[in-house]
Ligand binder design. Sequence first.
Ligand SMILES: Nc1ncnc2c1ncn2[C@@H]1O[C@H](COP(=O)(O)OP(=O)(O)OP(=O)(O)O)[C@@H](O)[C@H]1O
Ligand SMILES: [Mg+2]
Length: 259
Amino acid sequence: MTPVLEAAGVRRVYRVPGTRPWRRRDLTALDDVDLALQPGRSLALVGESGAGKSTLLRILLALEVPDAGSVRFRGAPVSPERLRREVGVVVQDAGSSLDPRLQVRASLREPLECLDVDADHDARVLELMAAVGLDPETVDRRPGAFSGGQRQRIALARALIANPALLVVDEPFSAVDPATRARLVDLLRVLAERSGIQLLLVTHDLGVADRLCDDVVVLAHGRVAEAGPIAEVFARPRSAAAQDLLGAVGRLPTPEATR
Ligand SMILES: Nc1ncnc2c1ncn2[C@@H]1O[C@H](COP(=O)(O)OP(=O)(O)OP(=O)(O)O)[C@@H](O)[C@H]1O
Ligand SMILES: [Mg+2]
């Protein structure tokens, strides 16, 4: 079966400016990375901070061009135009990237207007507010009037409002407390199950990945350390990177314990 999204041999090198010319060096953020999001399966991209997860995501979404390798979306070269209708994106730290001047209503209507979605836009906005657990009465407030966790929910509602087939989420749970994180994870799982949306989730939390995804790609220092069905990687991690991440899961309190 043709993968929904597929990266092959992706390489990305950043020029790091130094204070002196001789201090300049190249930083290989990604090196020969392969990844495949299979139809009907959700994929977690995990790895420690700096592993290259967000960089790979930007390349997968055609927001950045790789120095080598290629990305295909449903079998053809990826482009922002091809993704626009089918993919909802929640960028890393999405809550703080909402336009502070826009009321939530306007923020959520925007994708519907841009994509010319044939629906009652205001009704859809209120439906999504309720779906992500926000009080529809607050729809005319600006982002500044919401907490960090609530802003994450607004970003999620915005990504979901035009009914994407694929939801790409970069570390949505880092800025929120464990209880809110557990609720957001449950919310994502329910939304994905109810509307059949596929997830491509970036996280450094293997526990969250395990609850939401079928497959996993473990990145370490810009390379794929391990990939496969998440249940297998969880049960028998082969790479040091996966073992380290699982060790971190063991040290964190479980969501149940924090309720
Ligand atoms: N625009 C850029 N210019 C220079 N270096 C960059 C740029 N973007 C990322 N990098 C570097 O590339 C490496 C990978 O960064 P990336 O943001 O992809 O990591 P990450 O896995 O998403 O980390 P985190 O979990 O902290 O979000 C890091 O060393 C980072 O400093
Ligand atoms: Mg990142």
